[in-house]
Design a protein around this ligand. Structure first.
Ligand code: HEC
Ligand code: HEC
Length: 320
């Protein structure tokens, strides 16, 4: 933590505690080095912040058995529902990932920091620095990350490489790397959320008549406005839209469970070719199709047949 932030925190704390002495603004007092030291306990990934001191896996085992095993288990396996500290390797990309210190944490420094700051659960910050070095080394040992003769101190601890470190990297998704628009940019006052029947997700944040071809991603090509917004709906189909929103969109908007997407002209053309009677009957009575099961009335039996017909009409008019 930076010094100034620490001073700010200390000052706020003093104010909360009832105020000691008025400063420039009539608030708080200057934080002393001792106050700052009490807050400045974070350890960084490169080991910066690690204190003097030393510990061993052997010493760590004794401390762990006495102060940690009752919750975290003798091998870090976790007792009952207390957190598991070891194992889980190779599970992160499975349906049941086991995130432990060994399988998941990117930096050993976090382990030192966490134990020092927060463990044992009932008596945080009760361990000496040497004890933290020892017990942290032991947790690493339980994860096969260090050997049993590992001596843990500032120098050796900073060099420990965690198996999952490489999977933590600076966010590389396009949104976070956009270069800022500097000229001919869209005027934020012109932005408009364009909702479409194709989903609750906006397709673009620009107004077509603003004359600026900028979209949400800062690119030059506007995302096409969904077809359905251009379609002039008949009265019955307009009624049908509210039924659709309530009972059909859950599947038909995104194409869940094999449902034909509303607005997907290609998928709907063959369906429409069957004639409205077939579509009505299939929607009202349900059917098993090639792509999936259309439940009768979309599973909403409180709808009248006419309401379902209107919804079908809305889907058809929006998809041709
Ligand atoms: C009374 C039960 C208890 C004891 C004893 C205990 N812990 Fe914990 N430990 C917890 C709980 C609960 C958490 C989760 C806290 C949270 O998520 O806020 C935790 C979390 C941890 C974590 C982080 C796990 C993770 O993946 O998020 C580590 C590391 C840890 N403890 C180490 C230790 C060490 C080392 C000791 C002994 C010095 C110890 N604990 C003693 C209950 C305990
Ligand atoms: C649980 C998901 C689900 C819900 C809710 C749902 N549908 Fe469907 N619907 C489907 C699936 C799946 C199909 C495609 C089945 C196939 O052809 O393989 C389908 C197909 C259809 C078809 C095309 C019939 C054909 O013959 O091609 C119509 C019309 C239709 N649904 C209307 C509706 C209406 C109206 C509602 C709301 C009242 C609705 N659906 C709600 C899943 C759903």
């Amino acid at each position: 933590m930076s010094k100034s932030l620490n001073s700010a925190l200390a000052a706020v704390l003093l104010v909360c505690a009832g105020g000691v002495q008025a400063g420039v603004l009539g608030l708080g007092s200057t934080a002393t080095p001792e106050m700052i030291a009490g807050w400045d306990i974070d350890i960084r990934p490169d080991g910066q912040g690690l204190p003097d001191g030393e510990g061993s896996v052997a010493d760590g085992e004794a401390i762990y058995e006495a102060q940690c095993a009752s919750c975290h288990g003798s091998f870090g396996e976790g007792v009952g529902r207390w957190p598991v500290l070891s194992g889980g390797f190779g599970t992160l990309d499975t349906l049941d990932p086991k995130k432990t210190v060994g399988s998941y944490w990117p930096y050993a420094s976090t382990l030192w920091d966490y134990i020092h700051r927060a463990m044992p659960y009932a008596a945080p910050q009760s361990l000496t620095d040497d004890e933290v070095y020892s017990v942290a080394a032991y947790v690493l040992y339980l994860n096969d990350i260090v050997d049993d003769d590992f001596i843990s101190n500032r120098e050796t601890f900073s060099k420990v490489k965690m198996p999952n470190e490489a999977n933590f990297y600076v966010d590389n998704r396009p949104d976070v790397q956009n270069t800022r628009c500097m000229e001919n940019c869209a005027d934020p006052r012109q932005f408009e959320i364009v909702t479409t029947i194709n989903g609750v997700t906006p397709t673009g944040h620009f107004k077509e008549d603003s004359g600026v071809a900028a979209n949400h991603y800062g690119g030059a090509t506007p995302i096409a406005t969904a077809k359905a917004t251009e379609v002039a709906l008949s009265d019955a189909a307009t009624n049908g839209k509210s039924v659709y929103d309530k009972a059909c969109m859950a599947c038909h908007t995104m194409g869940i469970a094999g449902a034909p997407k509303t607005g997907d002209v290609a998928d709907w053309s063959t369906r429409i070719a069957q004639g409205m009677d077939v579509l009505h009957s299939n929607a009202i009575n349900g059917y098993q199709g090639e792509k999936g099961v259309m439940p009768a009335k979309g599973g909403n039996m409180s709808l009248s047949d006419d309401e379902v017909r209107d919804a079908v009409l809305y889907m058809v008019e929006s998809s041709q």
